[in-house]
Design a protein around this ligand. Structure first.
Ligand code: 48F
Length: 265
């Protein structure tokens, strides 16, 4: 008889563990304090800050992987840069980096991104991926009060078999961290509640400061961060530099903490 290394657990136990585990987490997060749409650098950073302050925080990501543009940085070369003081966040996350010239730092995308993801998970953020934001939930006073979602593969199905209704999740605050798409804001725009300008031409020296400055609540219940801010306000784009994404996530989290203090009074 061959020596067994692993336990006697079989297929049915594995399947049950997955189904029950998913249902338990999903059920718990049908109602959250904050739902962040988009698991790129700004969304992950905000999630980390909020969860570590005790807020029940869910990230919804349409891809199977998290990290958005933070994984590969510029030009498929796996290098990401931050301009000072962005390196302070890298220090906080324990990401190694090198100083290229005074005020410019460089790190490896996979290392930086995996540390940021792990840090958000360690803080208690829950993640549902392969799930696409489809629409907003709006309640009294036009307040954004949740999101409508569907499995990502549903949108890839042929039209004749896509009669798959989505489901909705409720939250006290919603975040648009969907990058250049500004997917959540665009749903407000479709209903004439907001006007987006589309992002401007690249100008990193202007863009980073402005994106952080304009990060905030743009409609009752909706906070915008990261490159979605530049799409909304017509600010210049910035390319493969990420300090503003990390600081925008941090600022957005601070704004939410203040708003949540008011909501729960
Ligand atoms: O694009 P992304 O990395 O956004 P970000 O946090 O950072 C931008 C930078 O990566 C870079 C830049 C400045 O450094 O110019 O582009 O603003 O991540 C956005 C995430 O949102 C997801 C998308 O898959 C990505 O992971 N996302 C976008 N639309 C949806 C979505 C949607 N409708 N539903 C769910 N996730």
């Amino acid at each position: 008889m061959e020596k067994k290394i692993f336990s006697d657990v079989g297929e049915k136990e594995v399947t049950r563990a997955i189904v029950e585990g998913f249902a338990k987490t999903f059920n718990e997060y049908v109602e959250s304090d904050v739902i962040i749409i988009g698991g790129g650098p700004s969304g992950l950073m905000a999630g980390r800050e909020l969860a570590s302050s005790g807020f029940k925080t869910l990230i919804v990501e349409r891809n199977n992987y998290l990290g958005g543009g933070f994984w590969i940085g510029g030009y498929l070369m796996n290098k990401v840069t931050v301009r000072a003081p962005g390196q302070e966040v890298l220090d906080e996350l324990g990401v190694p980096y090198e100083e290229v010239i005074e005020g410019l730092y460089m790190t490896d995308g996979p290392h930086a991104c995996s540390r940021l993801i792990a840090s958000a998970c360690d803080a208690g953020v829950k993640i549902i991926n392969m799930t696409k934001f489809d629409d907003i939930v709006i309640r009294e006073g036009n307040r954004v009060s949740g999101v409508v979602i569907n499995w990502t593969p549903v949108s890839a199905l042929p039209r004749e078999i896509t009669c798959v209704d989505p489901v909705a999740l409720e939250s006290k605050m919603v975040v648009d961290a969907t990058g250049h798409d500004a997917s959540v804001v665009s749903k407000l725009e479709e209903r004439g509640l907001i006007k987006t300008k589309g992002y401007g031409a690249m100008w990193v020296e202007k863009s980073e400061d402005l994106v952080v400055e304009y990060t905030g609540e743009v409609h009752p219940g909706l906070v915008v961060m990261g490159m979605a801010v530049s799409t909304l306000y017509g600010l210049p784009r910035m390319g493969p530099t990420f300090g503003a994404m990390l600081l925008s996530g941090k600022k957005g989290a601070e704004v939410i903490k203040e708003k949540m203090a008011v909501v729960s009074k």
